[in-house]
Design a binder for this molecule. Structure first.
Ligand code: PEP
Ligand code: MN
Length: 344
């Protein structure tokens, strides 16, 4: 249930509604809103709330009360009609600017990280990615450099003036990750690792939540709810391909997800064409399709020498290919009213 206050309702009336909500045994969550405040009721079944619609509707300053049919509340557009814009240093995700997150799958060495950073910065990326804790299918594969990788990522990001994104695998690593990176990524494999989601919700850093290839959009939104419920509303959703019968590509990119998420949620949505395609040859068309379809950003794997990459080499773009992609991205973005902001 959400209680929509009248535009300009005085604070005393808002506070009285909040008190009434608490008295009725619910946890209120307030969206400050640009025009009017919206108070969402959390933590109980809708059937119990239905009778309360008349009760809350009668309170001074209340414009209307509506029941939210979706199981997610904080991620719902009904709780927050305006889009969420997340600021990461000089970059905004979810507004007119297009976020371009690029960098290697894994941080492998100082030379590799700095070379990749120079290339993506030059081509116009505005956020830098790199994995230090890698979720690998095989325990014998490269697992990432851990904390020394985080240090390299932070150093490279600082030198280039690019905010950084890296993945967390385990709650124990959250503090050191938050110390070194600007955005915390929850990878596809951990989308429903609920304890990790709750812990990330308590960290004051924006989160990129990647969709698990076997999960529905609604499950992705429910996962974001776990993070937001802990007080962190800065969640970016990421479509990165789902499982299908098609085996010509690594996954099947669900571009429908962009419009669906935007219909039901205020959260920004980005697309990772690299993991979806699994092959560098298909990355550019998937990325451009995502931008044309209204994604708030893209996340692309770029490696100075993909043939020697310790993870995801086959899907990584060489710097020249990424530069070509960025030239096309700028044109498609302009055609759909977006632009790629370049941090100085
Ligand atoms: C990644 O971004 O490096 C990654 C592991 O992606 P995903 O979680 O989408 O597989
Ligand atoms: Mn990867």
């Amino acid at each position: 249930m959400v209680i929509i206050m009248q535009a300009g309702a005085p604070e005393s009336e808002v506070n009285a509604v909040i008190a009434a909500v608490e008295k009725a045994g619910f946890r209120p969550w307030i969206n400050p809103g640009v025009e009017r405040k919206v108070i969402a009721l959390l933590g109980a079944v809708d059937a119990a709330k239905a009778e309360l619609v008349d009760h809350f509707s009668a309170l001074p300053g209340v414009e209307r009360v509506t029941l939210i049919s979706e199981p997610y509340k904080l991620a719902s557009r009904r709780t927050r009609p305006e889009p969420t814009i997340i600021r990461v240093g000089p970059v905004s995700i979810g507004g007119d600017e297009l976020a371009v997150i690029a960098g290697p799958c894994s941080i492998e060495s100082r030379e590799q990280m700095f070379e990749a950073t120079r290339a993506v910065k030059e081509a116009g990326a505005n956020l830098l990615r790199g994995g230090a804790f890698k979720p690998r299918t095989s325990p014998y594969s490269f697992q990432g450099l851990g904390v020394s990788g985080l240090q390299l990522l932070a150093e490279a990001g600082r030198a280039a003036g690019l905010p950084t994104v890296t993945e967390v695998l385990h709650p124990d690593d959250l503090d050191v990750i938050a110390e070194h990176a600007d955005v915390i990524q929850i990878g596809a494999r951990n989308m429903q690792n609920f304890r990790l989601l709750q812990d990330v919700g308590q960290v004051g850093k924006p989160v990129i939540l990647k969709r698990n290839p076997g999960c529905r959009i609604q499950e992705l939104l429910m996962a974001s709810e776990y993070i937001m419920l802990e007080g962190n509303s800065n969640v970016v959703l990421c479509e990165r391909g789902i499982t299908s019968f098609e085996d010509a590509t690594r996954y099947t990119l669900d571009l429908n997800a962009i419009a669906v998420i935007k219909r039901f949620s205020h959260l920004p949505v980005i697309v990772d064409p690299s993991h979806a395609a699994g092959d560098w040859r298909y990355v550019a068309s998937a990325a451009l399709g995502a931008v044309a379809a209204g994604a708030d950003g893209i996340m692309v794997e770029v490696h100075p020498d993909p043939a020697s990459a310790l993870s995801d080499g086959p899907q990584s773009l060489r710097p020249e290919k990424f530069q070509e992609l960025m030239d096309s991205v700028a044109r498609v973005a302009a055609a759909v009213g977006r632009r790629v902001a370049r941090p100085e």
